[in-house]
Design a protein around this ligand. Sequence first.
Ligand SMILES: [Zn+2]
Length: 80
Amino acid sequence: MAREPCLVCDEETATGSPLYASRTVVARDAARGYVCVDCRAKASPERRGELSRDELARLNESAAVFGTWWSGGTSGVGLG
Ligand SMILES: [Zn+2]
């Protein structure tokens, strides 16, 4: 099984995992990333405080690659 960890919490979201059906796929150029439904919700500015320090760091790292994917409506972000 391919490893497709959540960008924020590092939980596996690949096909066959419990998080697969509700994950969000973010893509930019050749890069693809995956975010579980919980982290997708917590990434919103209103709930950002619920993320751990490490998760917040990974959220910011993902923004460097994919842009602010949690804001929605940007091209290249879609439900997978
Ligand atoms: Zn997650």
